[in-house]
Each structure stands twice: as structure tokens, then as C-alpha cells.
Design a protein around this ligand. Structure first.
Ligand code: SAH
Length: 249
């Protein structure tokens, strides 16, 4: 079912398909609204812009990395929704970390969801989505992609920050994060990510070895700092690894 959520020649047609297949199901379509403001075409390679940008498939973005399939993005955004609200609204603190940000697509979606959930302009001023990526060429291209998609102002005003670094260590400078999303599979949950998670906070991370079965884990930290693990579903992700290993894969 999920593999059939193909769009045609417009981003809206892709989001329509995801909504029709109930992959986007949040009330008032909070996720749908954000995904409509992020044009997938801007985040794929030149060769895929015409034919494949709105198909429900992962696509190569170079450096042995992929932009995830739209249905996976939609599912992760649905799982993130409650933690993207602004501080007055309970579980969000306006801070999100996207580990292995690759194309920059999800960073843009998180930033749009945070903006939509901020009750005031002042609230929006505290929002920040940090994308951390360890491959130089992907860092550069993601900034270009975000700019092409009209997110330059968000980069300028600090609501989007792309940094180069090893995401297994998180990004201490702007911690704690109400939401940490990891876009690559880790053999085990990195302890730095757990400690940089706010209380309350949610960590969404595929766990499992390379070419082994992997689980998308949803890890919640409550107000008292207690941690609860849930296995959401089986998934296939590229590994969360070091630069050398990734480029030699
Ligand atoms: N959500 C992204 C997923 C990209 S694929 C998208 O849809 O575009 C996973 C990404 O994780 C790749 O870009 C890869 O370079 C990155 N990655 C893998 N290991 C990493 C590490 N240790 N630190 C930072 N990024 C890493």
C-alpha cells in the first residue's frame, strides 16, 4: 500500500496520494501542510527532478546516501508531531535535531511544522532545527537544496542550522532537543543522543546492523527522565557509521 503513494508531476499530487493512503493522518493534516511547503524536487539529484521526484521511492543523493521514500518521511513526521509543538504547548521545546540530515528534506519539514505550531512570532524566534551530516558534499548540497526550496530566510534567521559532524555524538551546543530523529541505522542507541534528549522528549532511531533486520525504535523520555522503548516497525536504512566506511561501502 505504502509503495503506491506515487504523485504525478507536482508535489501536491504526492501529498494527496499520501493522505489518500492514510500515511498522513494527523488532524487538520499538520504533517500534510508542512510537506506541501517542502518541494521534494528540490532535494533530489538533477537527473531525478523530471521523472522520479514525486514517486514513492528512496533515491540516491550521492556519497552512498539516499533521500528516504516519501511514505517513510510521512511516518516519521507523524511520529514527531507531538514533540514539535512550541513550549507553551506541552511536549515540544522548539528544538529538533536531525541526525544524518542528508538531502535536508526532513529538516525543512520539521522547520515548517515548528513554525506552524508556534503560537506567536516570538515563539517562532526560539525554534531551531539542527541537521547534522558527516559528508561535506551532502552538507553543501543540502544547503543548496534548502535555498532552492525557498528556505534561505530560515537559514539566515537561525531556525535551520546545518552542521558538519559525527551525528553519533549529537550536537551538544544546542541541546536539549524535544525531538531527535536519526535517518540512518545505528547498531545500538548512541548514549549522547539519549543524554541530549529533553524531558519530555522523543528519539526516533532505526536500530540494527548493516544488511541485518532493523527496527524503527521510538524512545520516549518523560518529565522525570524515565525512558521507554517501543519497536515501531521493521525498516531498511543506510548505516549510521564513520565517513570512511560509508564512502567505501
Ligand atoms: N533523512 C535523510 C536521510 C539521508 S540517508 C534524507 O531523507 O535525505 C542517511 C544519512 O546519514 C546520509 O546522508 C549519511 O551521510 C548520514 N550519516 C551516516 N552516518 C552518519 C554519522 N555518523 N554522522 C552524521 N551523518 C551520518
Amino acid at each position: 500500500m505504502s509503495w503506491r503513494s506515487h504523485g504525478t508531476t507536482t508535489n501536491d499530487s504526492l501529498i494527496d496520494a499520501l493522505e489518500a493512503n492514510k500515511l498522513i493522518k494527523s488532524p487538520a493534516s499538520v504533517v500534510g501542510k508542512a510537506m506541501r511547503k517542502v518541494d521534494r524536487k528540490c532535494y533530489v539529484l538533477e537527473r531525478d527532478k523530471l521523472e522520479s521526484a514525486y514517486r514513492d521511492h528512496p533515491l540516491s543523493i550521492g556519497a552512498n546516501a539516499t533521500i528516504s521514500a516519501p511514505h517513510m518521511h510521512a511516518m516519521c513526521l507523524e511520529l514527531s508531531r507531538e514533540y514539535l509543538k512550541d513550549s507553551e504547548d506541552g511536549r515540544g521545546n522548539g528544538r529538533v535535531l536531525d541526525v544524518g540530515s542528508g538531502s535536508g528534506y526532513l529538516v525543512a519539514c520539521f522547520a515548517e511544522m515548528l513554525l506552524a505550531s508556534s503560537s506567536s512570532k516570538e515563539g517562532a524566534g526560539n525554534n531551531v532545527v539542527v541537521g547534522i551530516e558527516h559528508i561535506d558534499s551532502l552538507v553543501e548540497r543540502s544547503i543548496k537544496n534548502l535555498t532552492e526550496d525557498g528556505k534561505e530566510e530560515m537559514i539566515k534567521n537561525g531556525s535551520i542550522t546545518i552542521v558538519k559532524g559525527d551525528g553519533r555524538l549529537g550536537y551538544e551546543a544546542l541541546a536539549p532537543y524535544a525531538l531527535i530523529h536519526v535517518g540512518a541505522a545505528a547498531p545500538e542507541v548512541p548514549s549522547a543522543l539519549l543524554s541530549q534528549l529533553a524531558s519530555p522528549g522523543r528519539l526516533i532511531i532505526p536500530v540494527g546492523g548493516e544488511n541485518e533486520s532493523q527496527s524503527l525504535m521510538v524512545i520516549d523520555k518523560n518529565e522525570d527522565g524515565e525512558i521507554e522503548y517501543r519497536d515501531e516497525m521493521g525498516v531498511v536504512y543506510v548505516p549510521l557509521t564513520d565517513e570512511k566506511h560509508q564512502l567505501e561501502r
